[in-house]
Design a protein around this ligand. Sequence first.
Ligand code: CO
Ligand code: ZN
Length: 330
Amino acid sequence: MKELIKKLVEAWGPSGYEHHVREIIRQEVAPFADDIRVDPLGNLICRVGKGGKKIMIAAHMDEIGVMALYTEKSSGYMRFAPIGGVLNSSLLGMRVRFENGATGVIAAHDYFGTGRTSSAELDNFFIDVNDGSANLVPSGSPAIFWRDYEERGSRLIAKSMDDRIGCVVAIEAMRRLNKQSPNEIYFVFTVQEEVGLRGARAAGYGVDPDLAIALDVTSTGDMAKNSKMEVKLGGGAAIKVHDTGLVVPPAVRDWMINRAQSDGIPYQLELLTLGTTDAAGIQTARAGVPSGAISIPCRYVHTTSETVDSNDIEACIKLLTGLVGNTVTL
Ligand code: CO
Ligand code: ZN
């Protein structure tokens, strides 16, 4: 599974440009799906089983990044706009990678002055993507923040754990189900979550499920001087109760808690005060879809060193497989 994790987190796929990630996943899940299609927005929709409850599982394929805007005439540097929730404090010295393989370096104007100490404004930054004679990408080129995957014991560190690790949880659940389920499950690998749950909203309408579960990372409350949050890295699968876009119906929450308890899966409850997931987009599809989320605890979300724990990943896979692999009486 670690090979798959490395392959997915190192793949290139800013919001709206998920095609490389989609191809990797499509090949990976082909043996474990009864039917695979791509909808008009680019969501990859994989069905397992027929009849029974229609359950939609959503994990987003996209990652945050930047969009090259224009070459500044005076300096020759590339100005850029964020794609998704880019943290300006993490930008200085960051490498970005364009689809053609060109590496850009993000730096700040007035480098010997305030540029390197207090540049929180996006306007102070630019991308150096010049090879000595010309810029290697035209305006309108998207890029990702590049860093390779590393391990430290049970900790796995990479860019875009948000949300490729959610994709891994879905893929592994499909592998373990091996097409056996009393339900009709739609594993949806969504596009454009980071820019506003756009893929999930469309897929929620198209799939028209009875019930939905989003798989995504969540923050942890175990860092220094942190927000009041109980989720701990290594503390098990996080069952969402509440976030800024979703109040999980108690019946959905309890369905998950009961499954975790009866299967002996370590779990914790997630109450998140900053951010939401695809479930928030799916819940209002058509006449409404009861929706919940299984979250993978993750430190340093939206940096290139997003850190997860392999024990939590296993707990999330077991919980998801147990939930969708058994008859649902909700
Ligand atoms: Co995110
Ligand atoms: Zn995410």
